[in-house]
Design a protein around this ligand. Structure first.
Ligand SMILES: Nc1ncnc2c1ncn2[C@@H]1O[C@H](COP(=O)(O)OP(=O)(O)O)[C@@H](O)[C@H]1O
Ligand SMILES: [Mg+2]
Length: 263
């Protein structure tokens, strides 16, 4: 495979888990540059495990995690590198359940996302861009992040990740708990980022949202990623599996909006 076709992230034959428990087994997927790949799967399938393995929080037992780097430069193996190095290379994770720092201000949360950077002017410019891009954060920049609504905290978690200037953005169930209006905003933002050239790997249970925003999709099943959006018959069982849990509710905008999302 040539670098041009390899995508910003190319995972091959990945195995990872917790101690003796293998969660991922021979998992392969590709995130093209400037595109959104979604990874669908029910609770416990291993979506978070994959994203945490890519950012180096969990060690891989086997396989390769190739990253094409910023500006298409280089082809770098991420496996075995410490998490801080991976962030510095341009990989950012928006963790599940947002995980903003509740007692820090909105502004300090954003600055925390740039902690690997040394270009003070660039950081200041990016901070302004985030506040312009998301005026609700600008209005609340001195407030403690814990006082924001769930939807605002999700936008803050994304903006914080963007402050590291990633070339690859990993998002762990960002639509969880959001009101439908927020999910639409999120879709628009994700498409905008892909349009700017970022590669995005979106782990989701909400198949309606994910398939609307994604350029390609995979189902995580039995520790492997099955490509869903190809015509070959071999993928029909995977599509049937998605339909199965979709019927069971995963495809609906299931998450109950939190109390402050109503207005
Ligand atoms: N820290 C952990 N230690 C041991 N097992 C874990 C840990 N985190 C997750 N698991 C297990 O790994 C499997 C995959 O979990 P996870 O990656 O969180 O799935 P998903 O994000 O798709 O819901 C589950 O069986 C879960 O119980
Ligand atoms: Mg998860």
């Amino acid at each position: 495979m040539t670098a041009a076709h390899a995508g910003v992230l190319t995972v091959r034959g990945l195995a990872a888990g917790y101690g003796p428990q293998r969660v991922l087994r021979d998992l392969s997927l590709t995130v093209p540059r400037g595109a959104v790949a979604c990874l669908l799967g029910p609770n416990g399938a291993g979506k978070t495990t994959l994203l945490r393995t890519v950012v180096g929080a969990i060690g891989a037992a086997r396989g390769s995690i190739r990253y094409a780097g910023r500006d298409g430069g280089g082809d770098i193996e991420l496996g075995g590198r410490p998490p801080a190095d991976i962030v510095a290379l341009g990989v950012a994770l928006v963790p599940q359940h947002r995980m903003v720092f509740p007692s820090l201000s909105v502004r300090d949360n954003l600055l925390a996302g740039a902690s690997q950077r040394r270009d003070r002017q660039g950081i200041g410019a990016d901070l302004q861009r985030m506040l312009v891009r998301y005026p609700a954060l600008a209005e609340r920049q001195r407030q403690r992040a814990g006082t924001l609504s769930g939807g605002e905290q999700q936008m803050l978690a994304i903006a914080r990740a963007l402050m590291s200037r990633p070339a690859l953005l990993l998002m762990d169930e960002p639509s969880q708990g959001l009101a439908p209006r927020r999910v639409q905003e999120l879709s628009a933002w994700i498409r905008e980022l892909a349009g700017e050239g970022m590669g995005i790997l979106l782990a989701e249970q909400n198949a309606v949202f994910a398939s609307a925003v994604a350029d390609r999709s995979y189902l995580l099943q039995d520790g492997k990623a099955l490509r869903l959006d190809r015509g070959d018959a071999g993928r029909q069982d995977a599509r049937a599996a998605v339909a199965g849990w979709w019927e069971a509710g995963a495809g609906l905008p299931v998450s109950a909006p939190d109390a402050r999302e109503g207005g």
